[in-house]
Design a protein around this ligand. Structure first.
Ligand code: SF4
Length: 332
């Protein structure tokens, strides 16, 4: 896969929520309607609510088909989990339909849900087998401080959009709530979030804390007390709630044709998810590379950087602004 299609499709990764999931990256790096303080991709480069075609169904199907063939194993979901907000892509609904029709795969979408108040966005998602929506806060001030939405967005409309979608949607609906110390971890906030999530009747609600280097260095995970309080508040309301308080395991490496492709794959993985240095060295060794040398080359050739979070060293690749639009979706 030395043709750059790892930019559009990546993984598969093993995920607690989705099992074995092949990722589709249909949005340029950090084009998003939010700029969450905890985002593991760094600060949003283009804060936008402008929807436009970013991908093409033919190219997405082609890249997924090739990745599935090369992987050779079974994947549970093909998942739209891009470097930005997937629903900004007006082609998302057609991508989903094409994947299901042409490849017979199950499709998941992880969205910040900020655009679900638009009927066309909800319609585009109806064909997905699983949709996970972000519900970090139900109070305007908290939401603005935590998720830093595009100024044109209104929380009341966003929440109403999520509510209507939950009613219309027949697939598996998940929610995800990221808890950040001092921002959305007060008892009153947690109760209000639990009430709203319960009103949606999701298949499962995930409660998460930042486990990878965040966009803002001052971000700290909420304490165990807040995490447990939300988990219990959800359960008391009859919601199947689960904690996501540890890093997801790294992806399984593919059969790379040579060291160049192995490095390219590692760089693509680090663009989407920062991983600890030990995890990257382990992956490099599994792919037949000398671990220390692989890390050195990732830094030298691919702009991978070291960063620290809570006493651990992570490797991360955050494209520079000048590379905006330079990798990923085929229409760019
Ligand atoms: S966490 Fe998701 S919604 Fe928030 S800024 Fe990052 S990509 Fe956008």
């Amino acid at each position: 896969m030395g043709d750059g299609s790892w930019g559009l499709v990546f993984g598969p990764v093993r995920s607690r929520r989705l099992g074995v999931s092949l990722g589709v990256n249909n949005i340029p790096y950090k084009v998003c309607s939010y700029s969450c303080v905890y985002c593991q991709l760094g600060r949003t480069l283009r804060l936008s609510v402008e929807r436009r075609p970013y991908s093409s169904p033919e190219a997405v199907v082609r890249a997924v088909a090739r990745a599935l063939e090369e992987y050779g194993g079974r994947v549970d979901y093909v998942t739209f989990v891009p470097d930005g907000e997937p629903t900004l892509d007006t082609m998302l609904g057609r991508d989903i339909e094409a994947l299901k029709r042409e490849l017979g795969v199950r499709v998941a979408v992880l969205t910040n849900a900020s655009l679900l108040w638009l009927p066309e966005v909800r319609r585009g998602l109806l064909g997905a087998d699983l949709v996970s929506v972000k519900v970090d806060a139900v109070r305007e001030e908290t939401w603005r401080r935590l998720d830093r939405p595009h100024p044109s967005l209104r929380l009341r409309e966003v929440l109403e959009g999520i509510r209507v979608f939950a009613e219309e949607y027949g697939g598996v609906l998940l929610t995800e709530t990221m808890l950040v110390r001092g921002l959305n971890d007060a008892p009153g906030e947690l109760e209000a979030v639990a009430d709203f999530i319960a009103s949606l009747g999701p298949a499962r609600a995930y409660v998460a804390v930042p486990t990878r280097p965040p966009a803002e260095p001052w971000v700290e995970p909420a304490g165990a007390e807040a995490v447990t309080a939300l988990h219990e508040a959800l359960r008391e309301r009859g919601v199947d709630a689960e904690l996501l308080t540890h890093s997801e395991p790294p992806p399984r490496p593919p059969r790379a044709a040579g060291p160049g492709e192995a490095l390219e794959w590692l760089a693509a993985v680090l663009s989407v998810h920062p991983h600890s240095r030990e995890a990257v060295e382990r992956l490099a060794a599994e792919m037949g590379l000398a671990p220390g040398e692989a890390v050195r080359l990732l830094m030298e050739r691919y702009g991978v950087e070291e960063t620290r979070f809570r006493g651990r060293v992570f490797l991360v690749r955050r494209p520079l602004p000048r590379r905006l639009g330079g990798r990923g979706a085929p229409s760019r």
